[in-house]
Design a protein around this ligand. Structure first.
Ligand code: HEC
Length: 115
């Protein structure tokens, strides 16, 4: 009984370790290389993840503010990236569900909404 438990734990550790180190090297890459957002790819990310609250045109709904406004467009890419990654009040965090590239893409798309 004890043996089976011990080998189960070892197996779990062996499976978890490469996964954890894979994640660590991924995030290392994204901090090292500044990402360039692709607005066209970001439009797809936006309709799947943001349009339900911000509207498909980003003009806002009763749930969430317009992203077209000057007060949002004046914010830096770094600020918009942080908001999408970490959330803000009732705005959900997307840092776990979207990749850094997808977040860069959706920020590039948000820029097109102000034009
Ligand atoms: C569940 C609804 C919801 C979803 C989904 C959502 N948002 Fe928001 N978002 C909000 C709300 C509510 C606010 C206002 C938050 C506040 O001011 O406290 C907000 C605020 C923002 C802001 C402005 C923050 C600021 O600095 O004033 C940006 C930019 C933004 N959202 C982008 C996005 C993007 C991009 C997505 C998709 C990846 C998204 N949101 C998905 C509800 C949502």
């Amino acid at each position: 009984m004890n043996m089976r438990l011990a080998s189960g734990l070892t197996l779990a550790a062996a499976l978890a370790l490469p996964f954890v180190s894979g994640c660590a090297s991924d995030s290392g890459d994204t901090t090292a290389t500044p990402l360039t957002g692709n607005a066209a790819a970001g439009a797809t990310v936006f309709s799947a993840n943001c349009a339900s609250c911000h509207g498909s045109d980003g003009k806002g709904t009763g749930t969430a503010p317009a992203l077209t406004s000057a007060s949002i467009q004046q914010k830096t890419d770094a600020t918009l990236t942080a908001t999408v990654t970490n959330g803000d009040g009732t705005m959900p965090a997307f840092g776990k569900s979207l990749s850094a590239q997808q977040i860069a893409d959706v920020v590039a798309h948000v820029r097109t909404l102000g034009k």
